[in-house]
Design a protein around this ligand. Structure first.
Ligand code: F42
Length: 332
């Protein structure tokens, strides 16, 4: 499977729809003009709706692949996900990619949704979605999903399904049933570990580094801009990942500073707890040359697609253009 404009390394851009839709549209059009291959919209109930934003982008772009990154089958029935993405696929003339995962545990808890059998749910949801988008009527009786003679009553073109995965079992599942995997990581060590979890990979399986990126001609400015995002990643990372990078102790200070900031304290203090090695571990930050060199390492580790996520840069429009001018051409 190839995405539009496929090269040795594909490039995507990620937006969190916590800003006005037309800001995302504007930045996406810059990304399209700058040579990116894909755009991904994150999905959380409290932000603007990801499918609505993708509808706007389907109409206003011509080339980019359009991904939801990611939906989950705990808050939305898989048949609704299948149809929403089929509609985006129709509107964009075949550019849709469904990203699906277990959903963010904390966000789901706010809705009273238990993280009950999330791995099984993702597996069963993907099985049902695949059947539905191949035009079949579906009878399915799984442990978490039941579907009785359900079908989509319009002409549907199948689209690729990527699985968002962090844990070892989810990574294995992604390699078995996905067309690609979205891994929230920026460091080659984390991809080496992920590859140990995969089963045999099918031809064209897309290994996506869903990263935090911060690019600027000024290295210090780029790294400084990444610090708050990196603080959240550090605070949310499991012990096994912190241990892998030797920052378990330092991570405690970051968590404490974040708690203080949420209680009315200072965000400048949060920045102070984020060391340069944390920035280098949990983001791709620096000059375009620094970013190229890190992506070369990721490529060696088996990554085939890099998605640039928050903060992208202190000025996102400028940073997207800089990536298009100095980073993407290095991999063409
Ligand atoms: N979450 C969102 O809500 N919105 C987003 O936009 C979003 C984007 C995103 C992008 C990339 C990415 O990698 C993740 C992203 N996420 C997003 C987070 C995602 O939804 C998940 O929260 C995150 O990937 C963590 O999930 P995980 O892949 O680690 O899987 C969890 C469920 C896990 O614990 N997995 C274990 C493992 O080893 O993989 C397996 C757990 C298991 O075996 N469970 C059994 C089962 O059947 O589910 C039950 C076991 C029992 O004891 O009952």
């Amino acid at each position: 499977m190839k995405l539009c404009g496929a090269m040795d390394m594909k490039f995507g851009i990620e937006f969190v729809p916590n800003v006005k839709p037309y800001e995302i549209e504007y930045l996406t059009s810059i990304a399209e003009d700058s040579g990116f291959d894909s755009v991904w919209i994150t999905d959380h109930y409290n932000n603007r709706n990801s499918y609505s934003i993708l509808t706007l982008l389907a109409i206003r772009t011509v080339r980019l692949s359009l991904g939801v990154g990611v939906s989950n089958p705990l808050t939305v029935h898989p048949a609704i996900i299948a149809s929403a993405m089929a509609t985006i696929n129709e509107l964009s003339m075949g550019r849709a990619i469904l990203g699906i995962a277990a959903g963010d545990k904390t966000t789901l808890q706010r809705l009273g949704v238990e993280w009950d059998k999330p791995l099984t749910r993702v597996k069963e949801a993907v099985e049902v979605i695949k059947e539905l988008i191949s035009g079949k009527r579906v009878n399915y009786s799984g442990k978490t999903i039941k579907v009785n003679n359900a079908g989509l009553d319009y002409s549907v073109s199948p689209y690729p399904i990527y699985i968002g995965a962090q844990g070892p079992k989810m990574l294995k599942l992604a390699s078995e049933i996905g067309d690609g995997v979205l891994i929230n990581a920026s460091h080659p060590k984390d991809f080496k570990e992920a590859f140990k979890c995969f089963g045999e990979l099918k031809e064209g399986f897309d290994v996506v580094a869903y990263t935090s990126m911060s690019v600027d001609k000024d290295r210090e400015k780029a790294k400084e801009s990444a610090k708050i995002v990196v603080a959240f990643i550090v605070a949310g990372s499991p012990e096994i990942v912190l241990n892998r990078h030797g920052i378990t102790e330092k991570a405690k200070a970051v968590r404490e500073a974040l708690n203080r900031a949420f209680a009315g304290g200072s965000w400048a203090d949060v920045r102070k707890t984020v060391s340069e090695d944390m920035v280098d571990t949990f983001s791709i930050s620096g000059t375009p040359e620094d970013v190229v060199s890190r992506i070369e390492e990721l490529k060696k580790a088996g990554v085939t697609h890099v998605v640039a996520g928050s903060p992208i840069g202190s000025d996102r429009a400028k940073a997207i253009k800089l990536i298009g001018k100095k980073v993407i051409p290095a991999f063409s």
